[in-house]
Every structure is written in C-alpha cells, then in structure tokens.
Design a protein around this ligand. Structure first.
Ligand code: F6R
Length: 364
C-alpha cells in the first residue's frame, strides 16, 4: 500500500520523521540522556577499535559513523566494503568490536564478512532492519533500526534509521569512554529528540527540490561534493541519483576537487554542494567558487546562514533548517533522496524497481 503516494520511495522518504522518532525512543528512553542498548549491550570502555563492514548505502552509513565514533568517542574506526573485506582476510587485533550494517540482514558478502570475524573479534554486533535475518541471528548483539518494511529498491528510511542508531551508539561509546561532557551528551540527546520535527521542515522543501530536480534531469553527469560528515552523504546522494535516474553521478570530498575531478567542470556539469554552515563551511565554499570560476553549475544545499553568505552566482539553492552539527547527515539525506526521486520521476524511470537491481543481494 503506497498510502496515497505515487511510489513506495516517496512514501518511505515521507515516513522518516515517524520511524526515526521510533528508533530514537527505543534507544533514548524519555527522561534520560543515557543511550540504552538491548540485551547485554556493549561496554565501549573494553574495546580499542571498531571495524565496520557493509555494502552500498549501508556502507555509506558506516563511513558517516566513522566520523562520529572518532570525533565523539575518540575510538579508532576502520570501514570496509564487505566484498573487499572478506577476501582480503584482514588481521583482527584483540579488543576489536566488529559491526555489520544491513537493511535486509541477508546480504551475502556482509554475512560472509561476519562469519570471517567469528572467533576473531571481541564482539559481533549488527545494525539491521530485519530482526529475524541471518546477520541478526549470527551476531552476539543485534540492534534493530525500527524503519519498518522498506519496499523501494533504493534505500531511504533504512539509511536514516541506520544513521540515527549509529549516532546513538557513538554517544554510548562517548559515555563509556568519558570523552564528552554531560552537557555535550545532553545537547546531542536534545537535538536527537528534536530531529523528527526538523526532518518535517526539510520535507516541506519538496516543491523547491522538485524544481531543482527538473534542472538536474537534463544533465548527463552530476558531481556531488561535501566535506567531513557531508562527504559520505555526497557519496550516498550520487548513488541514489544513478540508481534510479540512471544519470552518471560521482561524489568527491571537496578537498579532492583540485586533485583531478576539476578537469571535468564545464557549463554542462551540475555540481551539488552539501554544506551546512559548520566549521568546514568556508573551505567548501572556496571549492565551490573554483567550480563556478570554471562555469560549473552549482546547486548549493545549506541552511539560511550558509545561503546568505554564499549564494552569489550559484545556479540553484535548497534551504535546510538549522540543526546540531552532528545531525547534519541525517537531515541532509532528505534533499539528497528527494533530488534523486524527482529527477527520476522527471525522466520517467521505474523509481521503485530500477533496472538491473534487486532489493536483497543474497548472491555474490
Ligand atoms: C542502495 C541500496 C543498496 C543496499 C545494499 C546493502 O539504495 O539499497 O546499495 O544498501 O545492497 O543492502 P543491505 O543493507 O540489505 O545489506
């Protein structure tokens, strides 16, 4: 049942405030700033290292979480694509927590990577949407993301629920390791509780994003740029766009632009820049200006402050509400998803069932 929407994907994008509220309630009980995990939980004071493994969109959720675990909990993190990890057979040092992220819980490569870590890692934890899945069953601890059934082949609400659970897990790690003050933890908890209404404000930009997508739908190639937490999100934005609109899209860390991809920039090239007004904003803006100096068409996604400072000469803008800096990837996922969605609709592709793709990849 598409609940009045034209596609499951549109319905699932719109459901995000509700399902994320549910995920937050289940890990951050009302009246407390302490993240609570099911079962025996995890004590991050007894691990020295985190290895995260996944495929596709779930891999980008892991890449995002690396920034959180490293910055908030000062925990060293490695992130790997499951199909690379399993055949590289990497050494797993003592006191390593192995974390697997999978919507379906059945992805063959992720499951094989998990089995490789059995008897090597200190603990095996999975972040899954399907609690009865193989990956869930074979983990020491399973953390559900509470996204509900996701029908659209392109992952949307599962991605933002994965991010929400991973951020709460990083906060738990920060708490266990004493790396944040209680005020900083309380700020994060308050920001998480406010997230569903902030997401609704982002969804209210739907019409603006539809018009922006109309312009994107004429492109042959699109670049996505972001720094810090916006870099993995740029990767996810590019993946969403190519999956469902079949437009060639690539993402780079903004600082990598001048190391090669800037050669691609000309009047034909839209460049989507994701840049909340954070500590790295000025650096991203200077990369954006390098694009505009070469006549590239910049689509800037930022908040009111960022747009006020940097909108001059920009081709197209999308305004996001202001949010706590740690939460920007969850919020900016919404315009990334809606851009891909409306571009695909404008091109007339099969949004929910893109060619050549399957919802669950149970073979290599
Ligand atoms: C992209 C997408 C895929 C999956 C990937 C992993 O929109 O849906 O990239 O994220 O196949 O699937 P799960 O999370 O089920 O392991």
């Amino acid at each position: 049942d598409k609940g009045g929407f034209k596609h499951f994907m549109a319905k699932e994008i719109a459901e995000q405030p509700t399902v994320i509220a549910e995920a937050i309630r289940s890990y951050l009980p009302t009246g407390s700033d302490k993240v609570q995990l099911p079962g025996e939980g995890v004590d991050f004071a007894s691990v020295d290292r985190l290895t995260m493994v996944a495929c596709g969109t779930a891999y980008y959720a892991c890449l995002t979480a690396k920034y959180w675990f490293e910055q908030l909990a000062r925990l060293p993190v490695e992130v790997d694509i499951a199909s690379e990890f399993r055949y590289r057979e990497p050494p797993i040092p003592a006191r390593t927590l192995a974390l697997f992220v999978s919507q379906s819980g059945e992805t063959a490569d992720t499951l094989a990577a998990l089995r490789y870590c059995r008897d090597k890692a200190e603990r095996i934890v999975s972040v899954v949407n399907v609690p009865e899945s193989s990956i869930a069953r074979e983990s020491d601890l399973m953390l559900p993301i509470h996204a509900g059934v996701e029908v659209g082949v392109a992952s949307t609400k599962a991605f933002t629920c994965q991010l929400s659970v991973l951020l709460m897990l990083a906060l738990k790690a920060a708490c266990d390791r004493g790396t944040l003050t209680s005020d900083q933890i309380a700020d994060h908890a308050a920001a998480l509780r406010g997230l569903p209404s902030t997401l609704n404000a982002a969804l209210d930009q739907n019409d603006t994003i539809r018009s922006a997508a109309q312009k994107l739908s004429e492109a042959r190639d699109v670049l996505f740029l972001g720094r810090g937490l916006m870099f993995p999100l740029a990767l996810e934005g590019a993946l969403k766009l190519k999956e469902i609109s079949y437009i060639h899209a690539e993402a780079y860390a903004s600082g990598e632009l001048k190391h090669g991809p800037i050669a691609l920039i000309d009047q034909q090239m839209p460049v989507v820049v994701m840049a909340p007004r954070d500590a790295l904003f000025d650096k991203t803006v200077s990369n954006m200006q390098e694009v505009m100096a070469r006549k590239g068409k910049v689509m800037l996604i930022s908040d009111s402050k960022g747009l006020a400072e940097a909108r001059d000469g920009v081709w197209s803008t999308i305004q996001m509400p202001h949010v706590h800096p740690s939460l920007t990837p969850i919020l900016y996922a919404v315009p990334a998803q809606l851009l891909a969605y409306h571009t695909a609709v404008a091109k007339g592709t099969d949004v929910d069932q893109p060619r050549n793709l399957a919802k669950s990849v149970t073979v290599e």
